[in-house]
Design a protein around this ligand. Structure first.
Ligand SMILES: [Zn+2]
Length: 146
């Protein structure tokens, strides 16, 4: 399954997939040319149909994930995530950069995405969410390359 950015005539890159657990699915695609994003939402019946057709949303192969994990590790994402703030069980703060990045998420899935990252940080005692933490969370939670 692919989406085409008509102004750029370019295949959009798969950016994110969310499966809240109630059978619905949200997939976000972004255009590498103009940065335009679009999202596809499916209800439980449609999700099942897409699954039964064997459609791989995002269309990437499984081995790419392993490489991505290594790459984000080499970037130092993990270290920064834990040096940034001492473990706190309390509320999770969002750095301005992280909030900025969250603005790129389509508004109708932003709340869900924010909750996933916040839960991730809280469970690990990370007091401040930064873009680096978001990167680590994405690969840890398998939110990319699916
Ligand atoms: Zn475009």
């Amino acid at each position: 399954m692919k989406f085409l950015c008509i102004p750029c005539d370019e295949v959009m890159d798969f950016a994110e997939r969310q499966i809240p657990g109630d059978g619905t699915m949200a997939a976000v695609f972004a255009c590498g040319g103009c940065g335009r994003e679009m999202a596809m939402l499916t209800n439980p019946m449609e999700t099942q149909m897409v699954s039964s057709l064997g459609v791989k949303v995002g269309g990437r192969e499984v081995p790419a994930q392993a490489l991505e994990g290594v790459r984000s590790g080499l970037d130092g994402g993990h270290e920064e995530a834990f040096v940034e703030a001492p473990p706190t069980p309390g509320p999770v703060a969002w750095s301005p950069e992280a909030i900025e990045r969250l603005q790129n998420v389509p508004s109708f899935v932003r709340g869900m995405v924010k909750r996933i990252y916040t839960d991730y940080a809280r469970e690990r005692g990370i007091g401040t969410l930064t873009p680096e933490v978001m990167d680590t969370a994405r690969s840890d939670l398998g939110l990319e390359g699916m």
